[in-house]
Unconditional design. Structure first.
Lengths: 148, 106
């Protein structure tokens, strides 16, 4: 990461092929941005998990793990908030169809999925899904605290 | 992620080293499925060297909880770090899964 990214007005960007093997690189990118601003734990881990979850959904469901496709991730600090956008050109996700299951329901049904968005909604302050032209944009906002 | 299998007394210990995410969770899933086939009665996930978990990793545990209960299988997470504990608590899973700091005597 070069020094220009330390500018608080910078937009940090990362591009990744739609492969689950790249999730670790995506997490590393987000962690670098959070460390740069001394974001406190557990906020740091919660943000990393939230980005991981949305990227996993995009890679697996939106883009069917097609490594010829890409997702772009942009982050920007706005005062006490971190705004993150995850952009792809895969299948659109309609959050209005989402009904949060209970954990007990998932246990009874032996489900492995459905917890990703649950986590994101509980850990981030805002999340919205937009369709702009041929792009899907997931925008998340988290209030952050800077450690001294 | 690396998964080590160890047998200690009556416990099958699955040691997760690294990150448990969507790209690696199938390894653990397969190991637990095999342990259930072998009628293991005490399965412990050693999280001492597990640095990170996403919902895909949590999903593996959640999908077996009813089978553990139905088959009388003791299941626990050993030495969970604070970040993983936080993620478990966000979902209320810390009340549903044994979280231990050392193996119980059996």
């Amino acid at each position: 990461m070069n020094n220009s990214l330390a500018d608080k007005n910078s937009i940090y960007g990362f591009n990744s092929p739609c492969s689950k093997e790249n999730l670790k690189n995506i997490r590393e990118f987000i962690k670098n941005i959070l460390v740069l601003k001394n974001i406190t734990d557990p906020e740091q881990n919660q943000i990393i998990v939230a980005v991981d979850e949305i990227c996993t959904n995009s890679i697996v469901h939106g883009n069917k793990e097609n490594t010829n496709k890409c997702i772009d991730i942009y982050c920007k600090y706005l005062k006490e908030e971190l705004v993150i956008e995850i952009i792809d050109k895969g299948l659109a996700y309609n959050i209005s169809n989402y009904k949060e299951p209970s954990i007990q329901q998932l246990i009874n049904e032996k489900q492995k999925g459905s917890m990703g968005l649950m986590l994101v909604k509980r850990m981030m302050d805002n999340i919205e899904f937009l369709r702009v032209g041929d792009k899907n944009i997931c925008r998340m906002v988290k209030k952050v605290h800077y450690s001294t | 992620m690396v998964l080590n299998k160890l047998q200690k007394d009556s416990f099958l210990i699955l040691e997760v080293i690294g990150d448990l995410d969507a790209s690696s969770c199938l390894v653990l899933d397969t190991a637990i499925a095999f342990a259930m086939e072998q009628n293991e009665k005490a399965i412990v996930i050693d999280c001492t060297k597990m640095h990170y978990i996403s919902s895909a990793g949590l999903g593996v545990f959640v999908s077996y909880l009813s089978d553990f209960e139905a088959n009388g299988v003791y299941f626990a997470l050993l030495n969970v770090n604070d970040n993983v504990k936080n993620i478990l608590s966000v979902l209320g899973l810390e009340k549903l899964v044994n979280i231990i700091e050392q193996l119980p005597s059996r």
